[in-house]
Structure formats: C-alpha cells, structure tokens
Design a protein around this ligand. Structure first.
Ligand code: FA5
Length: 331
C-alpha cells in the first residue's frame, strides 16, 4: 500500500502543475483531497491493513495529505485569489481617484491665443534664456540704460556671466520673428519672463507675457488701438473698460500703456495690463527692415493681470501657491 500511496501522490503533484485555471484547481481538490477524493479511499482501506503495518501506513497517509494540501494552497496563490469564488464585488462604487485640472494661466493662454488667431495672428516662439542682443541691443536699449543692471535682471553666472540672462520681456521674440521672416508679418508670442521684483498683490518674479507684432505697409496707431480694444471686448466682454495713456519704451515711438479697471481688495482700480506702441525705426533697422517702406505696432501684456481681471483674482501670489482648492475653481 505504501508504494501505491507514493504513486498516487506523484500523479497528483504532476497533474496540479498543469492546471491553468481556478475551476480546474477546484476539480483537482475534490479528486484528491476532497470528501470523496482518492485520499479518503486510502483512509477507508487503512482498516484492512495489518496491525503491524498500520502505524507506518497511517503516518504516510497523513504526510501525503499534508503535501497535497500544501500543493493546493500554493497553486491557489499562483492562480490568483479568486479560486474559492469571486472576492471582488463589481457592484461596489469605485474609489474616486484624485483628478488634476488645467491651471488657470494655461487656460487663459489658450483663450488669448484663440482670440488673436481669429484676428489673423500667427504664433512665434523664442528661448527663455536670452542674449543681450535680443533682450536689449536690438530693442534700442542703450548699453548704459539702467534697466540693464543686475538689480533688474537675472544674469547667468559662470562663463556666461553678464552675457546671458533669463529674458525680462517677450519683446525678444519680436526681434527673433523679424530676423527670421520677411514682412508683412503678424505674430503673437507667449511665454515666461523673469524679473527680480518684490512679490505683492500684482507683482511676481516669474510671470507670463503675450507679445504682439504687426509689420506691414501703412500700419498706424489706429490699427494698434483697434486691435487692443477689440481684444479686450472679445476677451472680457463688451462692458470691458480699457484706456491708453502716453508712456515710454525704447523700442516703440510713440508708446502707450494699456490699463484696465480691476477690483482689488474690494476697490475698483486701473491696473496696467501692458505696454504698446509703434515699432521704433531703429528696431526695424537693427533687423534689416527698411523703416521707410514698413511700419508696425507692437504690444506686450501681462497674462497674470489678464487672468486676474477675467476671473476676479485679487492677488497674483494665489496663482503660484499651488493650492488645489483654489486652482480647482477655474477648471
Ligand atoms: C514690457 O515688458 C514691454 N516689453 C511691453 C511692450 C511690448 C511695450 C511691446 C511696447 C511694445 P512692462 O515692463 O511694462 O513692459 O511689462 C508689461 C506688463 O507685464 C505689465 O504691464 C504687467 O501687466 C506685466 N508685469 C510687469 N511686471 C510684472 C510682475 N512683476 N508681475 C506680474 N506682471 C508683471
């Protein structure tokens, strides 16, 4: 009988490795170790074994039972946990996974691009790390201009010390666009700019600007004003209040500041959205465009200020604190 038990055990262990699913494993269990299984037959046959042999056969049967039960448990694990019936309640409500949302600045950028695209502006691009030519020289900012100083700029250290800087304005892309394309051209450029400004409700040291540039024959200040007022009315609604007031930029002549009425801490105030003007002939000459033949306008607006006006945000710092409860409101 011992030899018979050995043979059955071997057969059982061989067959269990070939099983591929839970149902087959359950069938294996009832065939070998279940209440009607092969092991049970041996137990019954134990009665007819002689008294001398009984202890050895009994011990061997117990050992065989243990081996087959262990084999069953380990195969159950490798076949997955659903062996003894489904353990997942598919009708239970799913666990809610936290979902991200678009940042209000990303959303504002898409909306700005949408309006200017409809006005016929193409998209231009340029690097955030710039050289002095594109950030200053070509923009008619003289070498001794105070705006070039280290207090107003993030210059790179090391080998590039004093030569490369994080751009302070997207006006750099005006130069890049005019260097790479012949007029007429009508582009907007959107991107990050950096300034060592002290943080307060309307200032941050990294922010976004949208730059516009239109060069053609006979472009005038009227085209500039029409474009900006139209943008404001389409973007903010027909009741939007904007004003232009005379200003100065080295790269435009004449120059103006575009203001918009905003509610800050409960009070309505005129907040500057950006600068604009007619492209200075010196800038056109610097990029090889004849100012006698071509004229153009340019503008540069702060995107955070635009988003604040549109969504009633009263402090720019909220945009960069990454408080999900705040950001989710604008998803
Ligand atoms: C300029 O940057 C000019 N390049 C704009 C320009 C372009 C003029 C083309 C003429 C022609 P200004 O430094 O004023 O201008 O900045 C433009 C706008 O950026 C500001 O009106 C404001 O809306 C925004 N801005 C400036 N500094 C900050 C800051 N620290 N935080 C948030 N927004 C700012």
């Amino acid at each position: 009988m011992l030899a018979e038990i050995d043979a059955k055990e071997r057969a059982a262990l061989e067959s269990i490795t070939a099983l591929t699913d839970a149902a087959a494993l359950e069938a294996w269990k009832s065939k070998w170790i279940g209440p009607q299984g092969a092991l049970r037959d041996f137990m019954a046959a134990l009665k007819s074994v002689s008294k001398d042999e009984k202890p050895a056969v009994g011990a061997r049967l117990n050992q065989c039972k243990g081996t087959l039960e262990a084999a069953y448990e380990s195969r159950k694990l490798t076949l997955g946990a659903t062996v003894s019936g489904p353990q997942i309640d598919v009708t239970e409500p799913a666990v809610e996974l936290p979902q991200g949302c678009r940042h209000v600045i990303a959303r504002t950028i898409e909306e700005i691009v949408d309006v200017f695209s409809r006005m016929g502006f193409a998209i231009a691009d340029g690097p955030e790390l710039e050289d002095e030519w594109h950030n200053f020289n070509a923009l008619n900012i003289p070498a001794d201009h105070p705006a070039r100083g280290p207090a107003d700029n993030f210059y790179l250290g090391g080998e590039a010390a004093g030569k490369l800087l994080l751009r302070t304005q997207t006006s750099t892309v005006q130069i890049r666009a005019m260097e790479s394309q012949k007029p007429p051209l009508k582009v907007i450029a959107i991107g990050r700019v950096y300034r060592p400004d002290t943080h307060d409700a309307t200032h941050y040291s990294m922010f976004h600007q949208v730059e516009g540039l239109y060069i053609d024959r006979g472009v005038s200040m009227v085209d500039l004003k029409t474009t900006l007022v139209q943008f404001a009315k389409v973007f903010f609604g027909p009741e939007a209040e904007v004003r232009m007031r005379p200003s100065f930029f080295p790269f435009t002549e004449p120059s103006a500041e575009l203001d918009m009425k905003m509610k800050i801490k409960g009070e309505w105030k005129w907040v500057e959205l950006g600068g604009c003007g007619m492209v200075d002939p010196n800038v056109l000459t610097a990029v090889g465009i004849d100012p006698e033949e071509w004229t153009g306008f340019a503008f540069g607006l702060g995107i955070e200020r635009i988003a604040m006006r549109k969504y009633g945000i009263t402090d720019i710092r909220l945009l960069f604190e990454n408080d999900a409860r705040f950001l989710r409101q604008f998803a």
